[in-house]
Design a protein around this ligand. Structure first.
Ligand code: 6PG
Length: 260
């Protein structure tokens, strides 16, 4: 893994603020350069505070929400109003509170008959929304937010699963990993994740420090998160000091402007 860009933030509250500010920075840059901001939200619990901060003053006024287009890096194959739904979490913490045109929020169609059908339909939904072909190269999303599971998974790319080997589809069905919730998933694939202009990992808490160290020093690429290495984009790890553990990675510069 090329030497990662890491910022260590004192605590989880400051981490959430840094993450929210990084989203705003990336959005402003994208809107200025390309007239819109495309972001893939992460699920899990870590991003919740950052989403809440984006949805209220002062940050909520710092973004032209009419230019924001939201997709999901992964989703559980459950109804959108199910408490396990990543869409449901994002709606509760952010989407219900900001003036994004509803047509610019692309939920994974988990009402379809199978996770496989939902993944295929989602590829077409995202392609159509971004006006690109669904069978071509993946879109270069402006920002992809990712979490890190205790087993080194990210999005719903779990160790040892066939989804890791997908080289063409942008989204794929992923059978449950060992970590809860044990439900089928729809996940972005490495081709899509590694096409991002910016990929930001948000990791907090003492219990993540060992896996953070393992992933950031992993040469075997056995951890899915270690295989996030955008072709021409940038990766930023935002860690709180508890997740950073004793490694005390140097605090790098904040999200640099000019994210490619
Ligand atoms: C999901 C997430 C998953 C998550 C990690 C970390 O659907 O659960 O996409 O990849 O980001 O498991 O989860 P926490 O933030 O809850 O630790």
């Amino acid at each position: 893994m090329p030497s990662p860009n890491i910022r260590v933030i004192k605590n989880s509250s400051d981490l959430a603020a840094a993450a929210a500010d990084a989203v705003i920075h990336a959005a402003r840059e994208a809107i200025q350069a390309r007239g819109r901001f495309t972001i893939a939200l992460s699920g899990g619990s870590t991003p919740e505070k950052a989403y809440e901060l984006l949805a209220k003053p002062p940050r909520v006024a710092q973004l032209d929400w009419s230019r924001v287009h939201i997709i999901f890096g992964d989703e559980r194959f459950v109804p959108l109003d199910d408490p396990r739904s990543n869409y449901g979490m994002a709606a509760r913490t952010l989407l219900a509170h900001v003036p994004i045109p509803r047509s610019q929020i692309l939920a994974v169609p988990t009402h379809l008959a199978s996770a496989n059908a939902a993944a295929q339909a989602y590829c077409h939904l995202v392609a159509g929304h971004l006006a690109i072909g669904p069978d071509g190269p993946p879109p270069r999303l402006d920002l992809i937010l990712l979490g890190l599971g205790d087993d080194g998974h990210t999005a719903s790319l779990f160790p040892g699963k066939v989804a890791l080997d997908e080289r063409k589809a942008w989204f794929i069905h992923s059978s449950p990993g060992v970590l809860p919730p044990p439900v089928d998933r729809i996940t972005a694939t490495f081709p899509l994740l590694n096409a991002g202009r910016w990929v930001i990992f948000l990791v907090a808490g003492e219990k993540k420090k060992n896996i953070v160290h393992a992933v950031l020093t992993d040469q075997s690429l056995k951890y899915p998160a270690a295989r996030i290495s955008p072709d021409t984009g940038n990766v930023l790890w935002l860690l709180d000091s508890a997740a950073n553990g004793a490694d005390n990675y140097r605090s790098e510069q904040p999200l640099a402007s000019g994210g490619t």
